[in-house]
Design a protein around this ligand. Structure first.
Ligand SMILES: C[S@@+](CC[C@H](N)C(=O)[O-])C[C@H]1O[C@@H](n2cnc3c(N)ncnc32)[C@H](O)[C@@H]1O
Length: 325
């Protein structure tokens, strides 16, 4: 039987600071944790998930998923809903910079932290260990770290080692201000692992305006080290540029970023637009023509320079339709 559902509802898991939900996709705005971390939380989650899937079968999509591009009409019952194959780790939000566009700023209030610490919310290492022991994750699971800055999270390396031991496919998102040997190792040992650094500019002046810290040179130094230390998989280090109105949304800065990445020997670039807090998003009026044009300009230039182009499929849809959802 064909019906509308989504791979994240069926096989996704997002570990938030308070509990579990399906995903952290664009559609997740408004999706709170479905269950909190308390006794028997995963059994409760599975029961609720089962009801939600049953509702989808009857044509009732959860409100927080309406309009999401990941919804598809197909014979979902052919896919086992039991094993988790997409995991997002989002149980902390400490960061050593304060990006003006930060998707977590409602919680962090853009507070800058230098000190390494544990998540003050939950001991996720313990939970993940028990999930692996119980066999809740599929063999080919994809894990991404979408919380605050991973180099500041005390238990991060333990979690990473736990996943590396299972040979899970991982994507680490970092600002690159601090170098972490284990990240380079994770890239080196598995050609399906990725790391993304949000550089968002081509010079230190713009960096300071965007991130509120004077750390551009540290990031550049660390990009060089990651490229060197990840050896033949260095193309899996992705350098990102989020277009931010009135800050880095001009061709001159984009060219500086391209030239810098070329000189550093970066292999893969990721252009994107801001999609969490922009006035146009909050007012549901879509990104401006100028931003969409610049996004397409970046894509063309990235190809022209000979980099590998990496994009989010939902950003492609936003730019094409000029609508956030
Ligand atoms: C919340 S950040 C945290 C990870 C890490 N500290 C970093 O700087 O990459 C996770 C990812 O979300 C992206 N991001 C954050 N806010 C965003 C926004 N408003 N629009 C688009 N991407 C955003 C960042 O570029 C980063 O790749």
């Amino acid at each position: 039987m064909e019906y509308k559902c989504c791979p994240h509802i069926r096989n996704g898991l997002n570990f938030t600071r308070t509990g579990l939900r399906f995903c952290n996709k664009l559609s997740a705005s408004g999706q709170d944790s479905i269950v909190n971390y308390e006794k028997g939380f995963y059994d409760k989650f599975k029961t609720i998930k089962h009801t939600i899937i049953e509702n989808c079968r009857n044509g009732q999509i959860p409100d927080y998923c309406k309009g999401c591009i990941y919804l598809q009409e197909k014979d979902w019952d052919k896919i086992d809903e039991g094993k988790i194959n997409n995991v997002e780790i989002f149980h902390w939000n400490q960061c050593n910079c304060a990006c003006v566009y930060c998707g977590n700023r409602n919680e962090t209030h853009l507070k800058i932290t230098e000190k390494k610490s544990k998540s003050e919310f939950v001991d996720l290492y313990k939970i993940l260990k028990s999930f692996i022991k119980e066999g809740y994750f599929a063999q080919n699971v994809n894990v991404s770290f979408v919380g605050g800055e991973p180099t500041l999270l005390k238990e991060f390396n333990d979690i990473l080692k736990l996943f590396m031991k299972q040979n899970y496919k991982m994507h680490i998102l970092t600002n690159g201000i601090l170098y972490e040997k284990l990240f380079a190792k994770s890239l080196k040992i598995n050609k399906e692992n990725y790391m993304t650094i949000s550089l968002d500019c081509g010079c230190s002046e713009t960096f300071k305006k965007l991130k509120k810290v004077d750390k551009f040179d540290d990031v550049i130094k660390n990009i060089k080290r990651y490229i060197k230390d990840s050896k033949e998989n260095s193309k899996n280090l992705i350098i990102k540029y989020i277009l931010i109105e009135s800050l880095n949304d001009n061709e001159e800065e984009i060219i500086k970023w391209l030239e810098l990445c070329k000189n550093l020997g970066v292999g893969t670039l990721h252009p994107t637009i801001e999609f969490c807090h922009s006035v146009s998003n909050l007012n549901k009026i879509g990104p401006s023509d100028r931003i969409c044009k610049l996004y397409n300009f970046m894509k063309e230039k990235i190809k022209e320079y000979g980099f590998i182009l990496n994009t989010y499929d939902f950003v492609e849809v936003i730019v094409k339709t000029k609508k956030y959802r």
